[in-house]
Ligand binder design. Structure first.
Ligand code: AMP
Ligand code: MG
Length: 339
């Protein structure tokens, strides 16, 4: 009898071994260097390299469209973008595509949500920083900060109410001729969210520091492992598990320049008009990539307590890295920590 049971077990094992397991499709990667001035990577499963390239190209084309629409520096043939809106400030309303309308409507929500910390009407102030940084990188010996008086004068033209959206007419009008839009704090995350919504499940889309998973890594529900950049460079600071949704980081190591031996970054406190001094980096995890992008910029501009309160209102999680390297994590962030 014992022998019979043993044989039965062996048979089961053998048969079990023969039951065909559903093979997981191979993962492929595509990289693009021309979108949002950063590196875009798309990773995911497909039946073949050709099938994956078709999917990746579709995502690229979606992102490219948003890139052109939200660009404030360049014109594109046949595209009415935010540069056209800025160029018409104080002159006339501009008829825009629905994506611009939706982005700017969302930006008004983010302004209210962050109590003015994330203000896309800060263009006049941000352009002075952009100019000083560009000049300073080109000619490091003569690098200068923007003139404080010019910054104060520019700040008088950042009223969010001078951004006038007319949904019925599909027009945007900047009623203050000296005001301008800069959607750098939210555009990548917003574009990533829209592209992800149109993409197949189970992909990872990374546009610079904005990462968006359209579902788990495998059909059996395994999570993606996402690396959080170390502000000092080198290995990842942490890795986290993500089944879907967005991971967005704002850091003092992006878009910097040096003046008299001191480094200055690109996230500007609307009250001081200077780079914010609270954190080295803030990473936000939440289902919506556009909100995650707005929140990462906002949390970077807020002390811990105010950031925590905002985070709780939005149902998101975060990691804060302080200037001395110490870290704070929201409870939900701790739970998805891998290393
Ligand atoms: P992020 O890397 O998402 O935190 O966005 C930073 C970018 O947002 C900068 O490069 C500016 O273009 C823009 N920006 C900086 N400070 C602000 C602010 N207080 N409100 C809105 N946009 C900002
Ligand atoms: Mg942001």
């Amino acid at each position: 009898m014992r022998r019979a049971i043993l044989w039965l077990c062996l048979l089961c094992l053998l048969l079990g071994g023969c039951v065909p397991q559903k093979a997981q499709p191979k993962h492929y990667t595509a990289t693009f260097l021309t979108l949002f001035d950063t590196v875009t990577t798309i990773v995911g499963p497909a039946e073949s390299e050709e099938a994956f390239q078709l999917t990746a190209q579709q995502i690229h084309d979606d992102l490219e469209r948003y890139h052109q629409l939200f660009d404030i520096y360049k014109d594109y043939e046949g595209v009415v973008n935010l540069k056209a809106v800025n160029d018409s400030a104080g002159i006339a309303p501009v008829k825009v595509d629905p994506e611009i309308m939706q982005l700017l409507t969302d930006c008004k929500t983010y302004y209210d949500l962050t109590e003015g910390k994330v203000n896309v009407m800060l263009g006049s102030v941000l352009s002075l920083w952009h100019e000083a940084r560009t000049d300073g990188i080109r000619d490091p010996i003569n690098a200068k900060l923007p003139d404080p008086e010019a910054l104060a004068a520019a700040a008088a033209h950042t009223d969010p109410d001078s951004l006038i959206l007319d949904e019925a007419a599909s027009t945007v009008y900047l009623s203050d001729p000296l005001s301008s839009l800069d959607v750098g704090a939210v555009a990548k995350g917003w574009a990533c969210q829209r592209a992800a919504e149109a993409a197949p499940k189970g992909l990872l889309i990374s546009v610079g520091g904005n990462v968006c998973a359209t579902g788990p890594k495998t059909e059996t529900g395994d999570p993606w492992v996402i690396g959080i950049q170390n502000p000092d460079g080198g290995d990842y600071l942490h890795t986290i598990y993500v089944h879907g949704g967005a991971v967005v980081t704002s850091g003092d190591y992006q878009r910097t320049y040096t003046v008299a031996g001191e480094k200055y970054h690109h996230i500007i406190d609307p009250e001081t008009r200077m780079p914010s001094d609270y954190w080295r980096a803030v990473t936000v995890v939440c289902p919506d990539s556009a909100l995650a992008d707005a929140l990462s910029t906002a949390l970077f501009l807020l002390p811990l307590g105010e950031g925590q309160a905002l985070l709780e209102r939005c149902g998101a999680e975060a990691l804060w890295v302080a200037k001395d390297g110490t870290e704070q994590m929201s409870p939900g962030f701790q739970e998805i920590l891998r290393t």
